[in-house]
Design a protein around this ligand. Structure first.
Ligand code: TYD
Length: 202
């Protein structure tokens, strides 16, 4: 019954890490999931991002997708005693939307936290992949394809700053991972910490 989340800016290498964790953790058989979800609320979020809708509307869509994610996937899996690993979770809102809503609301982070209060489930452990923003931009450019409107160096810089502040305020939950390390090293570190977290919960 452990909830683990993986966070980081676009281009931080989250997706590769999660893909490789699937093979490494096959014996634990975790439920792998992600936000935005693959369900209709997640599709609505992606449409909203693509159209660059109003930032408050965007934040509320992400939060609605989170509520649906908890109901359809996270709570049932935790109730069955499964370990859940989510690629992005509430901290994505607290980092991305607090930056996007800056200047629009007096205290975006406080507002975002109050929107989640009373119904979200706090993660037991959160890995934050950290890297220089120019390296993240290089990776995104190499990846090609359509860019989310968040994928600009100045925004990503502020988003990573917001992530690091969140990590600083909850040092017991967050594990900072140097995303410039060799992929195998990152995988070993994250795998080891997940195994320890799961063992401790038993
Ligand atoms: P993601 O699916 O992780 O990116 P990709 O499509 O590159 O795999 O997330 C989509 C975008 O949405 C990404 O730029 C991060 C952003 N995002 C938020 O702004 N807030 C959120 O709460 C979440 C979950 C994602």
């Amino acid at each position: 019954m452990v909830l683990i989340t993986i966070e980081g800016i676009d281009g931080s290498g989250k997706s590769t890490l999660v893909r490789r964790l699937r093979a490494r953790l096959a014996d634990i058989d975790p439920v792998f999931t992600r936000e935005p979800t693959a369900g209709w609320t997640g599709k609505a979020v992606r449409r909203g991002i693509a159209r660059e809708i109003d930032p408050v509307a965007e934040a509320l869509l992400f939060a609605a997708d989170h509520a649906s994610h908890l109901e359809t996937t996270i709570r049932p899996a935790l109730r069955r005693g499964r370990t859940v690993i989510s690629d992005r979770y509430s901290d994505s809102r607290y980092a991305y939307q607090s930056v996007v809503l800056d200047g629009r609301l007096p205290d975006p982070l406080e507002w975002l936290k109050s929107v989640h209060a009373g119904w979200t489930i706090p993660p037991d452990r959160t890995f934050l992949l950290v890297l220089p923003v120019d390296r993240a931009m290089e990776r995104l450019e190499r990846g090609g394809g359509r860019r989310e409107h968040f994928e600009q160096a100045d925004l990503l810089e502020r988003i990573q700053g917001a992530y690091l502040e969140l990590a600083g305020s909850e040092p017991d939950r967050f594990v900072l991972v140097d995303a410039m390390l060799e992929k195998g090293e990152i995988l070993d570190l994250v795998e080891r910490t997940i195994r320890q977290t799961v063992a401790r919960s038993r």
